[in-house]
Design a protein around this ligand. Structure first.
Ligand SMILES: *Cc1c(COP(=O)(O)O)cnc(C)c1O
Length: 481
């Protein structure tokens, strides 16, 4: 009787189906450019095609795999399409996918050094490599007082930073007694929503997060920050953290880390720097100006899962003083006690973030760095920036369009001169075509289109085709559809 429910997949069957899945992924990589980038399904359509109840008996693997094409693929927005220019990239690469597969194959849970020493030590090592690759201040390396850890996302990184800062500001009291409603944090009005979310989750309170004004480039105004801190101090409150952004989500604005860092130093505030996408640019020496002043930061995070060819999820988070982080997160129940931990000679990453259990994410990062090498990663990041800058030049050269803010790297904010409604309709039309995917933002209260170059296989032809389609769509709309 062929009842798959009664048995496990044998290593030989795994080999066979594993090859089939890898073939599937390779074929997908071949054809993804031809698929409609933005999924065109309606809400509920995917679920309606699925059986209401789970299968009582196991099914043949080929039937499951066939349903990926039939049932799942129509509901996929193809982030790996070279015509994906929306939001920020979530790019990936062959070596990353294979590293991820190996991590699943090992099935390691790396909560403690002792539960898989390689999981911890490779992570520490690869994060030291990355600190060198981005030329981060030496204090962030594990050889100094700091060190790096992989978090799932930049949102978790800012939460970890905020909690560590909260504990530092209150001498550990908030962990014991809870918040007293007096702590205040600061970020710019352009910062990512994860900062506000973290302030809420950490018990600081969303209303205790001050959104500091920005200048004409949408970067934080340090003088406005200084005044906001002074105002709160005068009101008897306890300012404790500033989150600065290197490359805001909306427009890639760069907060001035030097002046902000000085203010943090003078007032004893923790400075966290969120460089979720733009941080990757620092692999290229010519883009390291984005980190000017980073030596004044207490923590820093960027996402290799955005723009460094490493599949989601992978956020790298560094602190200058690991003791401050560990003090905030460490808790040691009897069942986790072990000799290695007791000896103090090892890192237990469970003390560096919210969750206990952790995946072996360093493996995919190690694969990516070794496969491309520093030179390879530089080449691809540079190319993305070059393509975005070329696109910006085409926009500037067209009298019907304008660049809304000078693009520092790989994100171009632009609009047609015909106004908000025109741009909104044009965007809908473009995305409905399935031939590319763009998203929008509001800058200076104007509806603005965003084109972000960062998908692994985006080549000059894809960006040129995007510009052709945008212009053709605009002409058509101008002629009444
Ligand atoms: C994308 C982004 C985030 C959120 O990233 P996650 O890793 O998905 O949490 C945070 N900050 C900035 C500046 C971002 O661009």
């Amino acid at each position: 009787m062929n009842d798959a429910a009664s048995r496990h997949m044998s290593p030989e069957e795994f080999r066979r189906w594993g090859h089939a899945v890898v073939d599937w992924i390779a074929d997908y990589q071949r054809r993804v450019a031809e698929l409609p980038v933005l999924s065109q399904v309606k809400p509920g359509e995917i679920r309606a095609a699925l059986p209401a109840s789970p299968p009582a008996r196991g099914e043949p693997f080929d039937a499951i795999l066939a349903d990926v094409d039939r049932l799942i693929l129509p509901g996929i927005t193809h982030w790996q399409s070279p015509n994906f220019f929306a939001y920020f990239p979530a790019n990936t690469s062959g070596p990353s996918i294979l590293g991820e597969l190996l991590s699943a194959g090992l099935g390691v849970q790396g909560m403690l050094w002792a539960t898989s020493p390689a999981c911890t030590e490779l992570e520490t090592h690869v994060l030291d490599w990355l600190a060198e690759m981005l030329d981060l201040p030496a204090k962030f390396k594990s050889s100094g007082t700091g060190g790096g850890v992989i978090q799932d996302t930049a949102s978790s990184a800012v939460l970890a930073a905020l909690i560590a800062a909260r504990e530092r500001a209150t001498g550990g009291a908030t962990n014991q007694l809870g918040c007293n409603g007096k702590l205040t944090a600061y970020t710019s009005s352009q910062a990512h929503s994860s900062v506000e979310k973290a302030a809420g989750i950490a018990g600081v309170g969303r209303s205790q997060l001050r959104l500091v004004d920005v200048d004409e480039t949408f970067a934080m105004n340090p003088e406005a920050l200084r005044s906001a801190i002074a105002r709160d101090r005068a009101a008897g409150l306890t300012p404790f953290l500033v989150c600065a952004t290197v490359g805001t989500t909306s427009s890639n604005a760069m907060d001035p880390l030097g002046p902000i860092g000085q203010i943090c130093r003078e007032s004893g505030l923790w400075l966290h720097v969120d460089a979720a996408m733009a941080g990757s640019a620092a692999v290229c020496p010519e883009f390291r100006w984005i980190h000017a002043g980073l030596e004044l930061a207490d923590s820093y995070a960027f996402n290799p899962h955005k723009w460094l060819f490493t599949n989601f999820d992978c956020d790298c988070f560094w602190v200058a003083d690991r003791a401050a982080l560990i003090r905030a997160f460490s808790i040691l129940p009897e069942y986790l006690r072990n000799q290695a931990t007791q000896s103090g000679a090892v890192i237990d990453y469970r003390d560096w973030h919210v969750q206990l259990g952790r995946r072996f994410r360093a493996l995919k990062l190690w694969f990516v760095i070794r496969y491309y090498g520093v030179a390879g990663l530089r080449h691809h990041v540079r190319e993305h920036v070059r393509l975005a800058q070329a696109f910006a030049d085409w926009v500037r050269a067209d009298p019907d369009f304008e660049v809304v803010v000078p693009p520092p790297l790989n994100l171009v904010c632009f609009r047609h001169r015909a106004g908000d409604d025109f741009n909104r309709a044009m965007l809908e039309c473009l995305n409905a075509s399935g031939r590319l995917y763009l998203t929008h933002t509001r800058l200076g209260d104007r509806y603005t289109l965003r084109l972000c170059v960062g998908q692994t296989h985006t080549a000059p032809g894809h960006v040129a085709a995007a510009w052709d389609l945008i212009r053709a769509t605009a002409r058509q709309a101008a002629n009444g559809g």
